[in-house]
Write a protein that binds this ligand. Structure first.
Ligand code: SF4
Length: 153
């Protein structure tokens, strides 16, 4: 059993109300071989919602209190992002999951690249808030891009 970002499994939970469906991952959910989690929705944020980026660091810095998650309109949503990560982790524990495929580039789910906090489309090598929490709990996180490459091998 693995867990995937809900938007990869076909759930329209992205900030813009759309999804990032990867058919092969969606099939794993249909076959009950994967569960979906959306940390931002679990944190109480609405869909659609104003896009957010981490300002001042990465997901680990957020947990250390050295960076914040801020919407494009300047609202501080750090608490919701942290609450959602913890809530998602509780779901993972219920299912004894230690391996996740999470959406690349997201301020929550990113594990290779995230946007740099300038809302200008520039990415940097860092991890999102939920990913940082999961990694700190000993879980393994890869992107859907890495997962798809592994499937082709
Ligand atoms: S928080 Fe993660 S699961 Fe939810 S929409 Fe963003 S990338 Fe997808």
């Amino acid at each position: 059993m693995l867990a995937i970002s809900a938007c990869l499994g076909g759930i329209c939970c992205r900030y813009d109300g759309k999804n990032n469906t990867v058919a092969a991952l969606q099939q794993l959910v249909a076959d009950k071989k994967a569960i979906v989690v959306c940390p931002e929705v679990l944190g109480g944020l609405p869909t659609p919602r104003t896009p957010s980026e981490i300002v001042g660091g990465d997901g680990f810095d957020v947990w250390q209190g050295n960076a914040q998650v801020v919407t494009k309109t300047g609202e501080n949503v750090t608490a919701a992002f942290k609450a959602g990560a913890i809530q998602a982790y509780q779901e993972l524990k219920k299912h004894s999951i230690d391996y996740l495929v999470l959406k690349a580039n997201s301020p929550s789910c990113g594990s290779q690249l995230i946007y740099d906090g300038s809302f200008s489309g520039i990415k940097k090598a860092d991890v999102g808030v939920a990913t940082a929490y999961f990694i700190s709990q000993g879980l393994q996180v890869i992107t859907e891009e890495e997962w798809l490459v592994n499937q082709e091998r």
